[in-house]
Design a protein around this ligand. Structure first.
Ligand code: X2X
Length: 361
């Protein structure tokens, strides 16, 4: 038997194997489509609902993209060395890929975000939802896109309430001379100066030690933050005055976003919407009757460890003061000048739009 026959027999198999190898391992490897990790800036730690929302987003993105996109949350503004007001600027530049951030911190790049920070303006969940889902929300998102930030979905830190270790605040004059830690956004300084207090700018990363050391008498943050940091360790009094709304937004560097294939964009968008809904419901649980508790139970099969934040503050010996409509109106009147100044800064059109969204016009 000659050697030719076996060679002829294996030649086609050999060709097929070679072809297969060429398809699977081409000599020039294609450029890597995605980064090994996308960095997500988060202001607070993983134990906050805000932090848990970030973790959920990361988990859902991985699941919905079949592991092709990995989002890693960096908590406590660690990518910014604590400078929370820089997040939008660095995401716009592409230094950081994405963020789950408060409108207060985004306002340094997107002044329109201050519409949520106008004192005693958006003061109910119903109003807040109407604004986010209405033309105002769209206008804020449009402004972000123009600055290279791709907005994906809303979340929520909550309505901001004030705590202190001196007095149960009921009237503007109760704040007189009080040293209040505030975020470094200028509208906060204006509001607290107008109320006769002594506001001090401080990043969140420095705030807890300032409370511990008694460097400040007071601070303001939503119930979700108050319970996460166990504010009762530092302050005895909390006043629920809903003076300012504090939504969160998931957003991505826009040039990077635009390069993603459509299916990846869709998957990330769905992940942000779902994580945002979950996080929002956790932040509202116990503060909007049964609504958010039911959303968590029925849609997310999630049981809250602390379903009643107000009761939790009371159990920890805090004096909880709920302002009446009249008492709130006195604060609104006292901060009227700040409202009028910032209405112009933000653009009156946008504030009018928000007013119409709230009125359902
Ligand atoms: O700094 C704060 O107070 C915080 C954590 O609520 C924000 O990021 C706006």
């Amino acid at each position: 038997m000659s050697m030719v026959t076996p060679f002829r027999r294996i030649f086609p198999i050999f060709t097929v194997v070679l072809f297969f190898l060429w398809v699977c391992f081409p000599l020039t490897a294609p450029a890597k489509e995605f980064k090994t990790e996308y960095k997500l800036q988060v202001t607070v730690g993983p134990n906050f609902y805000w932090g848990q929302g970030a973790a959920k987003f990361s988990e859902l993105v991985k699941e919905k993209t079949g592991g092709r996109i990995i989002v890693k949350p960096y908590y406590g503004s660690s990518l910014l060395q604590g400078a929370q007001l820089k997040s939008a600027q660095l995401v716009a530049k592409g230094v950081i890929d994405c963020a789950f951030e408060s409108t207060i911190n985004i306002s340094s790049v997107i002044p329109e975000c201050n519409v949520f920070s106008l004192p005693f303006f958006v003061n109910t969940y119903e109003n807040l939802d109407k604004i986010e889902q209405g033309r105002t929300g769209q206008a804020v998102f449009d402004a972000m896109r123009k600055k290279q930030l791709m907005p994906l979905a809303w979340g929520e830190n909550g309505f901001r309430q004030i705590t202190n270790d001196k007095i149960a605040i009921r009237r503007p004059k109760d704040l007189s001379g009080m040293k209040v830690r505030v975020v470094g956004s200028p509208i906060f300084i204006d509001i607290f100066r107008q109320l006769g207090a002594d506001p001090v700018n401080m990043n969140w990363g420095d705030a807890i030690s300032a409370f511990q050391q008694g460097v400040v008498d007071a601070q303001e943050n939503p119930a979700a933050v108050l319970t996460a940091v166990q504010i009762w360790q530092y302050h005895r009094y909390v006043t629920f005055w809903n003076y300012m709304a504090d939504p969160l937004i998931f957003y991505w560097n826009k040039p990077e976003w635009d390069k993603f294939p459509k299916d990846i964009q869709q998957a990330i968008l769905e992940a942000a919407r779902e994580a945002g809904q979950l996080e929002k419901a956790m932040s509202r649980a116990g503060l909007d009757g049964e609504t958010s508790i039911n959303i968590l139970k029925n849609e997310f099969h999630h049981v809250m460890e602390n379903p009643n934040p107000v009761a939790l503050l009371q159990q920890n010996k805090m004096t909880v003061t709920m302002l009446s409509g009249e008492e709130q109106a006195a604060f609104a009147e006292a901060t009227r000048k700040v409202y009028e100044k910032w209405e112009q800064e933000i653009e009156k059109n946008l504030v009018d739009m928000a007013r119409k969204d709230m009125a359902g016009e």
